[in-house]
Design a protein around this ligand. Structure first.
Ligand code: FAD
Ligand code: NAD
Length: 499
């Protein structure tokens, strides 16, 4: 992220797109763009980019791009799909850039067969608007492709998915059923298998998911609305029975109801969202979701990391900790576009929540002896589930330390919970460091530094296995990683939470 000039915020961009100004220079005309034509528009003052076969004139957007002009220029006059997917696949560019749409890439005849295996022709196909949706899998990968079957009784329809995986769990299965449209997704490593059908008949709102973890069988059980015999499961939808890379699958959203909103600090709130009855979704530890709202007519998407309702689960009744609710701890920025709109939501209102994303693996913790967590501000959010998991399920761990950086004492999130947890579990220790303390603060002060870290991240034994997790503002995370490397920690010992 780069600092944007005043008057160049996302809201300013939305205003510009609504102003009626001709942002493409084509007076609303859509044209077919050839590769040669696209390549000509490769300068800051005249920049076109192709994303998934659609060409945008991003010249007017340059100064508004949160990643900076140079980042955008990397794709100038070319197909920016891959670059876009790497950096911000979740940004809904269709909505953000709709006024910049120049047209579609001209579709060329398919490449000759001998060329198809080369990377070059693969790129060409994308450029010509035919993004290879299904990446062709090799023979061995094909054997791993899950399959499905279905059967019915008078009252139930059961879809059985054979994942061919020896370890399956509830976090790898995401099911939604909205208006007869059933979508069941199974995550297998970095691939996604989808059952997506328009059901033959209506079903009741609540569905059940059974997982036979050891044999990798997943059952989705639907209750028929009327007890009639179904001739077929339904009509296949676009992604039905496909097995593709997760990153090639678009984000799927469902509307969740805001059921409570409680204060955590002066500017941070805990939002409790209820998933629809017809959704099965568990957000894995260390993963985030995207929230989507329509702000001034434009879809805006931002990532948030679900937490638990509280840290010391066994101290309180386990209300709402049942998989049906998602808790988000969100700081409301006084000039924040998304968080201001979130704060205006009333209890009972709905907001769109995506499938989870992230690259953290719990197994990284399971094999560690020392776990060090470095958090700054709301960078604390991924540490919540992680702490819970570490202290309740990771039996190898001898020490778990959290070093928590904040501006002032009032900014510390869940200070009480953390201090109580440290009293309750002797493996856990917490330290608060303030960058703008009041005079009466007797604890440590300052920002992340090499000397602070060298003292904090000490192995409990000379050769103990360590995992260090870090999350906060980008400069904090980047500096932290550098200091840790300078202190001799390897890339494998460090996990940074980022988008
Ligand atoms: P904007 O309109 O984008 O910015 C307005 C002003 O707010 C800025 O000028 C700046 O002063 C301040 N501001 C905005 N964003 C940041 C930032 N990222 N760092 C520092 N200052 C900023 N936030 C949470 O509160 N809880 C979470 O659980 C959470 N999880 C996240 C997970 C991931 C993977 C990532 C990448 C970010 C996460 N964030 C989280 C940040 C969140 O996505 C938004 O960036 C944040 O809510 C601000 O959005 P906004 O539209 O209100 O602010
Ligand atoms: P903040 O502005 O309140 O700052 C908290 C502390 O961070 C400061 O006291 C300071 O110690 C440190 N810090 C801030 N800026 C720094 C800098 N430039 N260099 C070194 N240290 C710095 O923080 P906030 O407003 O709560 O922001 C939290 C950040 O965490 C946001 O940027 C958010 O996007 C990010 N976040 C990321 C994820 C994720 O990637 N998974 C999850 C949650 C939050």
């Amino acid at each position: 992220q780069v600092p944007l000039k005043p008057g160049r915020s996302l809201m300013d961009w939305i205003r510009l797109t609504k102003s009626g100004k001709d942002l493409t220079g084509l007076k609303g005309r859509l044209i077919e763009v050839t590769e040669n034509e696209l390549a000509k528009h490769n300068k800051k003052e005249d920049c076109w980019i192709c994303i998934r076969g659609f060409v945008y004139n991003v010249t007017p957007y340059m100064e508004y791009h949160p990643g900076g002009e140079d980042e955008l220029m990397k794709a100038a006059g070319t197909d920016g799909t891959d670059l876009f997917d790497q950096v911000h696949r979740w940004v809904n560019y269709e909505s953000m850039l709709k006024e910049c749409l120049v047209g579609r890439m001209a579709v060329k005849p398919l490449a000759a067969p001998k060329e198809t295996s080369s990377t070059l022709s693969e790129e060409k196909k994308q450029l010509n608007g035919v993004l290879p949706e299904k990446k062709i899998l090799g023979a061995s990968a094909k054997d791993l492709t899950p399959s499905y079957d279905w059967f019915q009784t008078d009252s139930l329809v059961t879809i059985v998915i054979y994942t061919k995986q020896k370890v399956m769990n509830a976090e790898l299965v995401i099911v939604d059923c909205q208006d007869k449209q059933l979508r069941g997704e199974i995550i297998v490593d970095d691939h996604s298998y989808l059952v997506e059908v328009d059901l033959d008949h209506a079903v009741q709102e609540d569905l059940a998911v059974n997982i036979a973890e050891k044999i990798g069988k997943v059952e989705i059980i639907l209750k028929k609305k009327d007890s009639i015999h179904w001739k077929m499961l339904g009509q296949p939808l676009e992604g039905h029975n496909t097995f593709i890379k997760c990153t090639d699958r678009g984000l799927f959203y469902r509307k969740c109801k805001l059921v409570s909103k409680t204060e955590v600090t002066h500017d941070t709130k805990l939002f409790c969202l209820m998933l629809p009855k017809s959704t099965h979704l568990r957000v894995p530890t260390g993963h985030h979701v995207y929230l989507k709202q329509i702000i001034a007519g434009t879809e805006v998407v931002k990532p948030y990391t679900p937490v638990l309702p509280f840290l010391l689960l066994d101290f309180k009744e386990q209300s709402h900790h049942d998989g049906a609710h998602i808790y988000l701890m969100i700081k409301i920025y006084s000039c924040g576009l998304f968080t201001q709109a979130l704060d205006r939501l009333q209890i009972g209102d709905y907001i769109s929540v995506s499938n989870p994303e992230g690259n953290f693996k719990k197994s990284q913790v399971e094999t560690s002896e020392d776990l060090f967590l470095l958090a700054a501000g709301t960078g604390f959010t991924p540490m919540v589930k992680l702490l819970n998991f570490a202290l309740t399920e990771a039996s190898c761990l001898r020490t778990v330390k959290l070093i928590f950086f904040n501006k002032t004492e009032d900014d510390i999130l869940w200070r009480n919970h953390l201090e109580q947890l440290a009293l309750k579990d002797e493996r856990f220790e917490v330290q608060f460091i303030l960058s703008q303390p009041m005079k009466d603060w007797v604890g440590k002060q300052g920002k992340i530094s090499s000397s602070l870290l060298s003292e904090f991240v000490k192995r409990s034994r000379r050769d103990s296995k360590v995992l260090i997790c870090i999350c906060g503002p980008t400069p904090f995370t980047e500096q932290g990683i550098q200091y840790l490397k300078d202190l001799g920690y390897s890339q494998e010992e460090i996990h940074a939470f980022t988008a």
